[in-house]
Structure formats: C-alpha cells, structure tokens
Design a protein around this ligand. Sequence first.
Ligand code: NI
Length: 169
Amino acid sequence: MAVRQIVTLPNEVLRRKARKCTEFGEELQTLIEDMIETMRQAPGVGLAAPQVGVSERVIVVEYRDEEKEDIPPKLYALVNPEITRVSKETVSGTEGCLSLPGLLGDVERPGAVMVKGYSRRGQPVTIKAQGWLARIFQHEIDHLNGVLFVDRAQRVWKPESAEEAAAFD
Ligand code: NI
C-alpha cells in the first residue's frame, strides 16, 4: 500500500467524468488499497479516485457514527457506484474537500439515498444510507461526475481556525 498524492483544483481530472471500471484485477485492488491508506492518512471520511489523479469510478468511505462511538467505523469501497433513490426531504450540512483545501460550504442534499454499485471483487452491492453517511456518498459520487461541493453550495467560506477546517473529506 502507498499513500498517493491528493490532487487539488485547478487539476482538470477533478472536472472530468470518470470512466466505468470493467476489470476487477490487481490494478484495481492496488488502487483501492492506496485510496484507503491515503484517506486515512489525510485524514478524511471519503475519497474518490479522481482525487488521486485516476479518472475511474471508484470511491472509498470510512465513517464513524459519532453517536455510536464504541462501534468501529465502517469501511466501504465501491466500484461504479450510482445513486438510485433519494429522499424528498433535504438537509443542509457543512462540507469540505481534500481537493479544495481551506474551503467549507453549506450544501443542501437529500437526507437519505440508496446507492448501488460493486464491491472491489465485482459483487453487486446495495447500500441504504442516511445522515452523514448519505452526505458522504453523494459528495464522493459527485466527484466521479466532475462535480465539486462548491458547485452545489449555498454559501462558501474560508474557515478561521484549524479546528473548523478539520471537517469532512
Ligand atoms: Ni471531496
């Protein structure tokens, strides 16, 4: 495993629509291992392949529910993920992004989503997510379509403290 360099704007890979993965071989396994290590080292709660300069539809998410501190964070690695259902109800939340350091924004998104995709070994996966997990999946899947949180934000600002800056991916 290796920590890869996180690309930031204005790198155009962040604005490209990433291609679907068709093979689940060693190259993909290495990419996923490296993305997990890179996400943990950052640290972040999610990472999309374009953020390490690879224009492929792969995301990793690792999120610990703050209300369930005794339960270890759950790690997801999803290939070709798609949002197949969204709740009507939307929620506003503060997001940041490792590819846009020094910026935060309030983004309104559906409060719950259904995500379909494939595991790293090519098995079909369906995930129902709500709360922060739903937000993280939407943020990461946006990256695969070249969409960044600032495109959706009602308000964007520069955090004044390092503490405030330590939000999200
Ligand atoms: Ni991001």
